[in-house]
Design a protein around this ligand. Sequence first.
Ligand code: F6R
Length: 247
Amino acid sequence: PVTVYPDQYEASKKVANKIKEIILQKQSIGKNAVLGLATGATPVDVYAELVKMHKEDGLSFKNVITFNLDEYYPMQPDSKQSYVAFMDENLFSHIDIKRENIHIPDGTLPKEDIANYCLEYENKIEEMGGIDLQILGIGRTGHIGFNEPGSAPNSGTRLVTLDDLTRRDASRDFGGKENVPTKAITMGIGTIFKAREIILMAWSRKKASIIKKAVEGEISGKVPATYLQLSDNVKFVLDREAASELT
Ligand code: F6R
């Protein structure tokens, strides 16, 4: 199902409200809410809205556990391009989440430790009861998380190679494509699919053609986001421009 909003602000408010509902519902039964989070430009207004809900309405994140989709590899957490820094700046440093409840793939590990680490990341999600709601953006390659074209539908958390277009799109943050890491650790398509609910958001005309493929195109590993068509738990939340090529 696709929902189109006049602009990203209204859409982001709806998504933030959905997150709030899950947090409050879990709170009322004394349980944790487990959220799968994304970085990048797309979810920024959702996070701003959640910060506002915390500051103005007293929404607490004490019962919230988060798992981020991905991190560049290699990446130091204190580097300004890290997804650790991004999450702190846009959300975590402004709310009352417990530090130990935050999980972001570790971009500092030696290569030989990554496979085990990724299995543990999967196990941790399971131990916490699984992801209640996974938030996604979409890359112009059709990636979700950093599952680039060629990713298997049952893939798990792993080290991947970034597509050239993805590195070009990130070049501004890094001051040139040559500075963008060539790899990342990402949750897999299979990991994402286990979430009880999934919301993929996309804004602006830049995303219109990949959204058309993701929503209406043939299901194929060439556009990993098309796998989402196979799930009953997915909502596509779009602004008018991102939806402009849909029939
Ligand atoms: C980020 C992530 C990526 C982004 C995608 C869109 O954690 O997993 O899939 O969601 O690259 O990026 P933006 O939102 O910057 O257009």
